[in-house]
Design a protein around this ligand. Structure first.
Ligand code: DC
Length: 232
């Protein structure tokens, strides 16, 4: 059976990665969480003094250090899930915390960061058989993907999901703070000059505000089957 490329884009915290991961598992495809890649670069920037005390980003410093940034994935031997690595070290926990979440958008807006990540993502998807989720996969990384999905949900619903997730991990966070972060990221992601978050004209839209996980998974599987059957 011919393999296709599946591009899943959409707003932050709308459950993209959960559904993308599940689809990849069921289809026997590789899954790539590109948000994790931008988060790992942000962690690198934090660890290497690219943020000043006032929170401003020293883009020139990050650009000069960029050749030394190595982002990769390793499969967790127990769960089979991909783990993001920075310089070969697993950084899953660090990249999901609020410090990285609050700083990732300006890093992801830098053209030299996007160029490096896009190049790496295109190499990962060279052989197809891949489900990649992010913001610009269907528009910039794989504009010829056979299946493009644009996922969204209301900002309140997304903030609630993110809040529950962080609280479950034991992080002390306030709902209002999460909601503000979700809105700010939406704004920056949609208004940046390079590869802004936007719906590809040929993407299928999935608003999952009022859908259960099962309904959403069934919707995606159906769309996947249809796309695969179209190219056979
Ligand atoms: O999906 P996420 O919340 O883990 O993404 C983290 C940040 O990275 C978010 O601010 C958007 C940005 N991002 C991007 O600009 N392009 C991508 N392909 C994926 C994520």
């Amino acid at each position: 059976m011919k393999k296709i490329t599946v591009a899943i884009d959409g707003h932050s915290s709308c459950g993209k990665s959960t559904m993308a991961k599940k689809l990849a598992r069921e289809a026997g495809y590789i899954y790539v969480d590109t948000g994790a890649m931008y988060r790992a670069v942000t962690l690198f920037a934090i660890q290497n003094g690219c943020f000043a005390a006032d929170g401003s980003l020293d883009a020139a410093r990050l650009e000069s250090l960029m050749p030394g940034v190595s982002v990769s994935f390793r499969l967790d031997e127990e769960t089979g899930k991909p783990l993001a690595c920075l310089g070969g070290v697993v950084v899953e926990k660090e990249i999901r915390g609020m410090e990285v979440s609050n700083r990732v958008s300006p890093v992801a807006a830098l053209p030299f960061v996007r160029e490096a990540m896009t190049r790496q993502q295109q190499l990962m998807g060279k052989e197809k058989g891949i489900v990649m989720d992010g913001r610009d996969i269907g528009t910039a990384v794989f504009p010829n993907a056979e299946l493009k999905i644009f996922v969204t949900a209301s900002d309140e619903v997304r903030a609630r999901r993110r809040y529950d997730e962080l609280r479950a991990k034991g992080e002390e966070v306030e709902f209002e703070q999460i909601l503000a972060n979700v809105r700010e990221r939406d704004y920056i992601d949609s208004h940046r000059a390079v590869a802004p978050l936007r719906q590809a004209p040929d993407a299928l839209v999935l608003d999952n505000s009022n859908m259960t996980i099962e309904e959403q998974d069934a919707w995606l599987w159906k769309a996947f089957q249809k796309a695969v059957n179209t190219i056979q």
